[in-house]
Ligand binder design. Structure first.
Ligand code: NDP
Ligand code: MG
Ligand code: MG
Length: 340
């Protein structure tokens, strides 16, 4: 394992360099503000007429078209949604890429699956925060940061790793540590994590538990607290102190019940399916499916979003979070990030 901290990274390699951050969504906003506050010359590349343009202007960023930003930059950091990056790269970025430039990403998707092809004399790097953009910003303002990943796919200039690490330091990631990886490893594990555990697995687990209780006649509000709300408290314990710390904090009853029942939920079938999901990712089957979906205006994604919003747990959760002031608190946290 190779981990880089503050002392290992010199941002001097970016002196007199211009970083164009393309996109001002979750990651673009957080990362570009952090890099600018750390003293880098940052410009933001956006399409005219999109809603980000005004947001970035209001944040005081130097906003230009994607073409102009790419032209002016030494480092082009592409923070657009993955499914549109290749089109925008080919149309608005590639014509302006010069020898010795760096094309940088926060996810290896388009490089690893070869949707974007970069000229031989250009660096291809990745600096990826392990968390959403709002957290990248919030932790930076609090004087710390979240961990990140760094990878170099192509080192044309001989210092591509230093360039990527310097961007990571300016984003605040080397305070917590930047772990070295490869485009392949980051891309495949990221897709697997979000599908099987973080986004897909966990929502299905919660909803299965919630509906089991509701169908058995328990109050939906009680079911929500038990299967969804409390999950955060448990995950926080695991995040801070590992499994052992969590088991130590819950009751002996919970510990015994958890140990003796958990393998009936995540059973060998579930594990076998995880393996299949990973293989679909590795073989490019998932990417093919997603790329077709994105090209046809996302009929399946839109339908699934609609169905998800009709789930009972969503209605109960929304009502309860309001009643407990949780939504207000989350909003205040977001606003604090914007105001500071
Ligand atoms: P977002 O979906 O938040 O990006 C939105 C930005 O893209 C907006 O500025 C939007 O501009 C612009 N955009 C969208 N469509 C177009 C278009 N057709 N033409 C031009 N600009 C467009 O992206 P994320 O920040 O979520 O993701 C960026 C990258 O970071 C991805 O590679 C992702 O995998 C990676 N990543 C994301 C994480 C996250 O937590 N979100 C975590 C780690 C990595 P406009 O307002 O004009 O539409
Ligand atoms: Mg991802
Ligand atoms: Mg309990």
């Amino acid at each position: 394992m190779k981990m880089y901290y503050e002392k290992d990274v010199d941002t001097e390699v970016l002196a007199n360099k211009t970083v164009a951050v393309i996109g001002y969504g979750s990651q673009g906003k957080g990362q570009s503000q952090n890099m600018a506050d750390s003293g880098l010359k940052v410009i933001v590349g956006l399409r005219e007429g999109g809603s980000s343009w005004k947001i970035a202007k209001d944040d005081g960023m130097d906003v230009r078209t994607i073409e102009d930003a790419s032209k002016a930059a030494d480092i082009i950091h592409i923070l657009l949604p993955d499914e549109i990056q290749a089109d925008i790269y080919n149309k608005s970025i590639a014509p302006y890429v010069e020898s010795g430039n760096t094309i940088s990403f926060s996810h290896g998707y388009n490089i690893h699956f070869k949707y974007i092809k970069v000229p031989e004399d250009v660096n291809v790097t990745m600096i990826a925060p392990k968390g959403p953009g709002s957290m990248v910003r919030r932790t930076y303002l609090e004087g710390f940061g979240i961990p990140g990943l760094v990878a170099v796919e192509k080192d044309a200039t001989g210092n591509a790793l230093q360039v990527a690490l310097a961007m990571g330091k300016a984003c605040g990631l080397s305070k917590a540590g930047i772990l070295e990886t490869t485009f392949r490893e980051e891309t495949e594990t990221d897709l697997f994590g979000e599908q099987a555990i973080l986004c897909g697995g966990v929502t299905e687990l919660i909803n299965a538990g919630f509906s089991t209780l509701v169908e058995a006649g328990y109050q939906p509000e009680i079911a929500y607290f038990e299967t969804c709300h409390e999950l955060k408290l448990i995950v926080d314990l695991i995040y801070e102190k590992g499994f052992a710390g969590m088991w130590n904090d819950v009751s002996n009853t919970a510990e015994f019940g958890g140990f003796t029942r958990r393998e009936r939920i995540i059973n060998p079938d579930a594990k076998a399916e995880m393996k299949k999901i990973l293989e679909e990712i590795q073989k490019g089957k998932f990417t093919k499916e997603w790329s077709l979906e994105a090209k046809t205006n996302m009929p399946m994604l839109n339908r699934l979003r609609e169905l998800e919003s009709e789930e009972k747990i969503e209605k109960v959760g929304s009502k309860l979070r309001k009643a407990c002031g949780l939504e207000k608190k989350a909003k205040e946290k977001e606003e604090k990030v914007v105001v500071v």
